[in-house]
Ligand binder design. Structure first.
Ligand code: SF4
Ligand code: SF4
Length: 328
């Protein structure tokens, strides 16, 4: 309610968030609002069309709405997975619900590399995409954002603050704050939404102060000039010493290891200082994989010869491969 009173009008949830309570919480809040003053977004990750329909009907009830404005084919992790969602009816189920007026827009969300998301969007089955896009991972997703812009699709940038890593490393990312930005957070958000194809930024909040900070960041929003964006991009790439930028020059790997995803996992550890825990979480929840993927590395070294950041990829693969499941 506080966020809405400050002008925020897009609320994103999912059945599984917050121990399955998120949709009910959002539903309880939005029932107090005038329907034409907000958009609600939710998701389903099933491939089977029947399961998607059942999930969608539950979401409608929990959210107290007659129509879900944006319904996501949720968390597409590979083109094979996307093929599955099409073959088993998930995409068709959401499109049918749209025809019935139960869904406003058919959208998808993905953690795939930009070029794969481009392929998915080219099917012309969705009207928009939710993807991670921020000052840390933009090279990895640029292609998708550009493709969506070319197709006039909506782009919702999730984790525009790098999942909290940018504010946690405010000194390192200080250069994002320009003379007219009130904070590093404001500079990071401005960088993200200055991309002309980005429609909206999803910022997670855990306090009213964080809402105030994000709202202040965009209150007098002026997009960066293309020259300033190019300058910031250059600065980011140059200052990413020791970090993977997601450029993908290291690929392909003969063992079919998704090296940028593995190195992104290592980035999280370096930037957050949360070591193994954050790496395990990143592998499982963001990349839908385990340490086994890194364990396939034969240490051939091909990737290191090509890496633009000269990263010790083999060493990092070993660290990731050695991660063990946390005991409950
Ligand atoms: S060193 Fe490992 S990750 Fe790199 S290309 Fe060879 S097998 Fe793949
Ligand atoms: S070449 Fe290096 S920086 Fe680029 S994606 Fe591969 S590991 Fe990351």
């Amino acid at each position: 309610m506080y966020a809405h009173s400050k002008g925020i009008n897009y609320f994103d949830t999912a059945p599984g968030y917050c121990n399955d309570k998120s949709e009910e919480i959002v539903g309880a809040a939005v029932r107090q609002l005038k329907r034409d003053t907000f958009y609600v977004s939710t998701k389903c990750g099933a491939a089977d069309g029947g399961q998607v329909r059942a999930s969608l009907e539950k979401s409608l009830k929990r959210l107290n709405v007659e129509k879900i404005d944006f319904f996501h084919v949720w968390g597409v992790l590979s083109l094979e997975g996307w093929g599955n969602r099409k073959a088993k009816g998930a995409v068709a189920a959401v499109r049918k619900a749209k025809e019935e007026g139960l869904v406003g827009h058919v959208v998808c969300s993905s953690h795939m590399p930009g070029k794969d998301i481009r392929v998915m969007l080219a099917d012309e089955l969705v009207e928009g995409v939710t993807l991670g896009y921020c000052a840390i991972n933009f090279p990895y997703r640029d292609d998708a954002v550009t493709a969506a812009g070319e197709m006039n699709l909506g782009v919702v940038a999730m984790n525009p603050l790098g999942g909290g890593l940018i504010p946690q490393n405010a000194e390192r990312f200080g250069f994002l704050k320009g003379p007219d930005d009130p904070s590093v957070v404001a500079g990071a958000l401005r960088f993200c939404v200055s991309h002309p194809a980005v429609t909206s930024a999803l910022v997670g909040f855990s306090s009213k102060e964080q809402i105030d900070e994000a709202v202040a960041a965009v209150a007098h929003f002026k997009p960066h000039t293309p020259a300033r964006v190019a300058e910031i991009r250059q600065h980011i790439l140059a200052s990413f010493e020791g970090l993977c930028t997601g450029c993908e020059y290291c690929l392909p790997c003969p063992e079919d290891i998704r090296i940028p995803q593995m190195m992104d996992t290592f980035n999280q550890s370096l930037l957050s200082g949360r070591g193994e825990k954050i790496m395990r979480e990143r592998l499982k929840w963001h990349w839908g994989t385990t340490n086994e993927e890194a364990a396939r590395c034969t240490e051939c070294g091909l990737c290191e010869d090509r890496c633009t950041q000269h990263l010790p990829i083999r060493e990092r693969m070993k660290v990731i491969a050695s991660l063990v499941e946390e005991k409950k």
